[in-house]
Design a protein around this ligand. Structure first.
Ligand code: AMP
Length: 399
C-alpha cells in the first residue's frame, strides 16, 4: 500500500510518497511559488535522477497534477500509474474542538475545516486548497486529515481555559489548543518504545524546539498541558516569536508607538524572539557561533531562550507531580548539544543528570543522553510528522 503525504501552504506544497509495507519514503519533493511567475518544483527519490524545474503553476490543482506527472514519469518516477497511490494524508494545522483524532475526508469534514478558517486564517484555507486539488486530480482516492491540534485535545479545562470572561469561550471558542501535536504524539510514542516501557506509565516533558517551539506535559501518553495556546504565539521564546509576554504590553505599545493592531501582531510574530534580542538572527546556529565569538547580545538571546524553556519544564514537572522523561526534538532539540546542556544544567534538582559525552554525540536515531543512574531519562528523539500522517492515513483507509 502506498500513501502520499501532503503539506499544502498558501503558495507551496510539500509531499512524500510512502511504501507502508516497510514505511520507506519512495520519493519526496516540493512545489514552491504556486501562483507566482516562476514556480519551482524539486523532487528526489533513491534511485532516479532528481528533478528541478521552473515553470508557471498557477494553482494547487495544477501543482498536484505536476506532482503526479513526476511520480509516474518513466525517467524520474517511482510508480507506473496513479492508481498505485492508495490514499492521501494531509497535514491540517487547526482541528479546533471538533477533531480529536485524524479522520477520513468527507463533505462534513470539509465543512468543519472551513468553519475553523477563523482560528487559522493563514493555514486552514491553504490546506483546503490541497484537499480540493487532490479531489480534482484523484477523485476516487480516499483522503485523511491529520491535525496539529488533535493530540492536545485531551487537556482538561483547567489547562485549556483562559481566565477571561467565559462568554468569549462560548461565543468564539477562545481557549488553548496547542500545536505541534503530531510531533509531540510521534516523539512521545518513540520515547516509550525506546525505553521499553508502556507509555501509560510515563510522565514526560516533550520539548519541540525549532524555529517554532513548544513543550508539552504528557501523562500516560496524553497531553495534560502545552505551551502554545489559541495561536502558535504563546509559550516559549522562538526564532522570531515572542512567546509569553504581559498582554497589557499590546495596548501600551499601540498607544506609545502609534502602531496599528496588525503592526503589533506582526512585531510579536515576525520581529521578536531570538531575532529581536540578539539583533542578529533567528537561527540558533548563528546565535551559538556569535555567542562563542563573544557577542553579548547573542549570549543574552541564548540565555533567555534556555531560561524560559527551563521555567516551563519546572512548571510541567510540578503540574504532573513528577517527571520520568525529558525529551528534545526538532531542529534545535535534535542538533544543539549546547542548548540541551544549558537547559539540563539548571534543573538537576529534578533528579536528572546529563552525560556530556552522549550529549555531544552526533546520531540521527533515538538516543539517551542522561547518565545511566539519572532518575529522569533525557532523550533526543528525531521527529517525523510525515510518518505519523502516513501511519494514520494507512490505519484509517486500510480497513
Ligand atoms: P526546525 O524549525 O525544526 O527546522 O529548526 C530550525 C532551528 O534549528 C534553527 O534555529 C536552526 O538554527 C536550528 N538548528 C539546526 N541545526 C542546528 C545545529 N546543528 N545546531 C544548533 N541549532 C541548529
Amino acid at each position: 500500500m502506498k500513501v502520499l503525504v501532503i503539506n499544502a501552504g498558501s503558495s507551496s506544497l510539500k509531499y512524500q510518497l510512502y511504501n507502508m509495507m516497510d514505511e520507506s519514503v519512495l520519493a519526496s519533493g516540493r512545489v514552491e511559488r504556486i501562483g507566482m511567475d516562476s514556480s519551482i518544483v524539486t523532487h528526489e527519490s533513491a534511485n532516479k535522477p532528481e528533478v528541478r524545474d521552473v515553470r508557471e503553476i498557477l494553482d494547487h490543482v495544477t501543482a498536484v497534477k505536476r506532482v503526479i506527472d513526476i511520480l509516474v514519469h518513466p525517467d524520474f518516477g517511482v510508480i507506473t500509474s496513479m492508481s498505485e497511490i492508495d490514499a492521501v494524508g494531509h497535514r491540517v494545522v487547526h482541528g479546533g474542538e471538533a477533531f480529536k483524532h485524524s479522520v477520513i475526508v468527507t463533505q462534513e469534514v470539509k465543512a468543519e475545516i472551513k468553519r475553523l478558517f477563523d482560528l487559522a486564517p493563514l493555514h486552514n484555507p491553504a490546506h483546503m486548497m490541497g484537499i480540493n486539488a487532490v479531489e480534482t486530480n484523484m477523485p476516487n482516492v480516499p483522503q485523511v486529515v491529520v491535525f496539529d491540534t488533535a493530540f492536545h485535545q485531551t487537556m482538561p479545562e483547567t489547562s485549556y481555559l483562559y481566565p477571561i470572561p467565559k462568554v468569549l469561550y462560548r461565543r468564539h471558542k477562545i481557549r488553548r489548543y496547542g500545536f505541534h501535536g503530531t510531533s509531540h504524539a510521534y516523539v512521545s510514542g518513540e520515547a516509550a518504545r525506546f525505553l521499553g516501557k508502556p507509555i501509560e506509565s510515563l510522565k514526560m516533558v516533550s520539548c519541540h524546539i525549532g524555529n517554532g517551539a513548544s513543550c508539552a506535559a504528557i501523562v500516560g501518553g496524553k497531553t495534560l498541558d502545552t505551551s502554545m495556546g489559541m495561536t502558535p504565539l504563546e509559550g516559549l521564546m522562538m526564532g522570531t516569536r515572542s512567546g509569553d509576554i504581559d498582554p497589557a504590553i499590546v495596548p501600551f505599545v499601540i498607544n506609545k508607538e502609534e502602531l496599528t493592531l496588525s503592526e503589533v501582531n506582526s512585531m510579536l510574530n515576525k520581529h521578536s524572539g531570538m531575532q529581536a534580542i540578539s539583533g542578529l538572527s533567528s537561527d540558533m546556529r548563528e546565535i551559538d557561533e556569535a555567542m562563542n565569538a563573544g557577542d553579548a547580545n547573542a549570549k543574552l538571546a541564548f540565555d533567555m531562550f534556555v531560561y524560559r524553556l527551563r521555567k516551563y519544564i519546572g512548571a510541567y514537572a510540578a503540574a504532573m507531580n513528577g517527571i520520568d522523561v525529558l525529551l528534545f526534538t526538532a531542529g534545535i532539540g535534535e542538533n544543539s548539544a549546547s542548548v540541551r546542556r544549558a537547559v539540563c544544567e539548571g534543573i538537576t534538582f529534578l533528579g536528572l543528570e546529563l552525560d556530556d559525552a552522549l550529549n555531544t554525540e552526533r546520531k540521527k536515531t533515538v538516543r539517551e543522553i542522561s547518565k545511566p543512574d539519572s532518575r529522569v531519562k533525557v532523550l533526543v528523539v528525531p521527529t517525523n510528522e510525515e510518518l505519523l500522517i502516513a501511519r494514520d492515513t494507512y490505519k484509517l483507509t486500510n480497513v
